[in-house]
Design a protein around this ligand. Structure first.
Ligand code: AHR
Length: 307
């Protein structure tokens, strides 16, 4: 595919096969593991040769991986940018090499949207709004102040920025909702636990935890139990993702509500890659379909949950 004959780049290759260079964020969460699996399986199923690299949540590693894919003359580059800003230079290098780029899962904030062909992934602002809407509804009978702590995702990442913004927009309509502490937990269980321990020490009266993903929420549950409180009762918990462990905690009543974020982007990504390599036009934005889960809905969905 990315042959030595020099025809590489956007023209595809002599034998018609496609090589994709994919730069993954890392392996920070259950969601990410499911996403990686989806991409790898879908590549295999659609006959696309996948070069895969894990950036361990570091932008510099992603930039290195993309440069190496450019050098190897892959047919298409796909990546899930760890943070939103700072991509213009390397994206221009890909364009100069005539290699099309697809953003998957997370967005970049580049002004020049022609630097990539399409962006496939969730609407993270909408996810934040859904989390806020559940909260507003659950507390609509009370006028007491509601003290909220927030565990943010990786600093500067699209899901952290957008889930915070969507949530703030909805709860901002009623001043009884107060975010009394908000800090990053890097989307990991370990950091979620550590930061929640600190929140609990400095805030005796926490009503609600909003965690930007299940893993941080699951870490926080350990901290809450460690402090002698009951997760889901003393402190209501809302998370995002709906991976199996999160859904189990929801079914057990330790989490109260989960907003789904689908990691199963592989098949759509491979379809888009084939079109882009052929030079066909694709929609500039492809939004993933997602739902929300209450405890009852989690119980029903759990037996068939694949990830
Ligand atoms: O970009 C998607 C987010 O990244 C997921 O919600 C989170 O679990 C992952 O680490």
């Amino acid at each position: 595919s990315c042959g030595s004959g020099g025809s590489g780049g956007a023209s595809g290759s002599d034998d018609g096969s496609i090589t994709m260079g994919f730069s993954q964020v890392g392996a920070e969460s259950g969601w990410r593991t499911a996403n990686t699996k989806s991409v790898q399986e879908a590549a295999k199923e659609s006959g696309i040769t996948l070069k895969f690299s894990d950036a361990q949540q570091k932008q510099e590693n992603q930039i290195k991986a993309i440069r190496s894919y450019i050098q190897q003359k892959v047919d298409v580059i796909a990546f899930s940018p760890v943070v939103e800003s700072g991509w213009d230079t390397v994206l221009k290098e890909a364009r100069d090499a005539k290699i099309p780029v697809i953003l998957t899962d997370r967005a970049v904030d580049s002004k020049d949207t022609a630097l990539y062909k399409t962006f496939l992934g969730s609407d993270f602002v909408e996810e934040g709004r859904k989390a806020g809407q559940w909260l507003v509804q659950s507390f609509n009978n009370s006028t007491d102040p509601v003290n909220i702590v927030e565990l943010q995702g990786t600093t500067g990442s699209a899901p952290a920025n957008d889930r915070k913004a969507g949530f703030a927009e909805v709860i901002g309509a009623d001043p009884k909702f107060k975010v009394i502490a908000s800090q990053t937990g890097d989307f990991t269980r370990a950091k979620g636990k550590e930061v929640m321990e600190a929140f609990l020490k400095s805030n005796p009266d926490i009503d609600v935890l909003y965690a930007h993903n299940d893993d941080m929420g699951l870490g926080a549950i350990e901290a809450i139990e460690g402090a002698g409180k009951v997760p889901g009762k003393d402190i209501k918990i809302i998370t995002v993702d709906a991976v199996k462990d999160g859904m189990q905690a929801l079914a057990d009543g330790k989490i109260n509500y989960i907003v789904e974020c689908s990691p199963l982007l592989g098949p759509q990504l491979m379809d888009l890659a084939k079109k882009v390599v052929k030079g066909e036009t694709v929609p500039a934005r492809v939004v993933t379909e997602e739902t929300t889960f209450t405890q009852e809905q989690a119980k029903t969905a759990l037996p068939n949950r694949k990830y």
